[in-house]
Design a binder for this molecule. Sequence first.
Ligand SMILES: CC(C)(COP(=O)(O)OP(=O)(O)OC[C@H]1O[C@@H](n2cnc3c(N)ncnc32)[C@H](O)[C@@H]1OP(=O)(O)O)[C@@H](O)C(=O)NCCC(=O)NCCS
Length: 378
Amino acid sequence: MTESNAPKGLEGVIAAETVLSYVNGTEGILEYLGIPIDQLATKSTFEEVAFLLWHKRLPKAAELKDFTAQLRAHYTLPTPVKELLQNIPPKTAPMHVLRTAVSYLASFDETPDDISPEGLREKGMRLVCQMPAIVAYFDRARKKLPLVDPDPDLNIAGNILYMINGEAPDETMARALDVCLILHADHGLNASTFTSRVICSTMSSVYGAVTGGIAALHGQLHGGANERVMYMLREIGSADNVTKYLDEAMATKKKIMGFGHRVYKTLDPRATFLKAFAKDLADSTGNHDLYELSTMVEEVMTARVGSKGIYPNVDFYSATTYKSIGIEIDMFTPMFAISRVTGWVGHILEQNEANRIMRPRAAYIGPHNAPYVPFDER
Ligand SMILES: CC(C)(COP(=O)(O)OP(=O)(O)OC[C@H]1O[C@@H](n2cnc3c(N)ncnc32)[C@H](O)[C@@H]1OP(=O)(O)O)[C@@H](O)C(=O)NCCC(=O)NCCS
């Protein structure tokens, strides 16, 4: 490689080693610690997946019980963070709120800079339990609804729905959200995970690394795509507008949200799983039309650009799924973050096991010996 032809977007560059997730983009395979994603989505729970990613093995029954109890002991948010959420301007996007509040959480940890494996796992527990509380409190505060405190008798997914809606969660919806959390937990060296690994490679805190991860995830080319999918489906509106909308968008080189992937050049296995899952959920919640519209978008896209390896990614059918669960559009990406924090923490643990600061180079393509021109000559 010459100085000036560095791969754009670091495509194909191997920047870390991991045992956490295996992503095979040509065969459409995703595994966590070697376990196929559909096995985990059908048989596991989000809590168990968090243990798997942080301990690199499945827990024994007693270990999972203990781990779950420890998690639930972390549900409560420090009061000043709760107060902050009530004072943030209601129009603020929940992802900005989440990033700010997660950074603030460091102030209520006695040892925020502890990066020992035990310390990181403990902070991971705080984050995965307190990020849902941040999002749910803010959602109710912006709607001027009374805040609902977490219920330690519920699992993470059920507790999110309880804190947002203020009523006992429907079991099917809680399990549906649990499955979404499992599917989004880890995905190789995606942009936000890479960001977290870069930050922790300087021996910075987990709070900094996760705050950076949230910022990276927010972008529409990454986790922010799930919200954009729903706005796009709304804009398309009806079946007879699908072809016209997509053709016009692609004629102007617009990216269609929820399609394409840097690694997958075939169907994203999470999208395959979510498609079937979204259908059942949409049918039982009166969102059948939305599901049908989504499948039409997929059909037209596959006909137009499938040959280029552009297929639905995880964000495409997760939009319909979240909508059926009753989650508001601007809360879709925060749900992704609540899940992906388990992956970020797993990768931070892994990076720290054999750390070396991540410090690549840029190929300098500018001039040399440029004159310093005085103000009156510029
Ligand atoms: C995911 C994504 C960022 C990957 O980007 P990338 O690997 O840099 O791929 P590129 O942007 O270089 O795209 C390669 C080609 O496919 C096309 N393409 C990629 N994604 C596309 C999309 N969503 N809609 C239309 N065309 C797309 C590009 O226009 C480009 O075509 P060209 O070679 O004729 O110029 C990109 O596919 C995208 O923006 N998707 C939409 C956002 C999204 O859903 N993100 C969530 C990812 S999980």
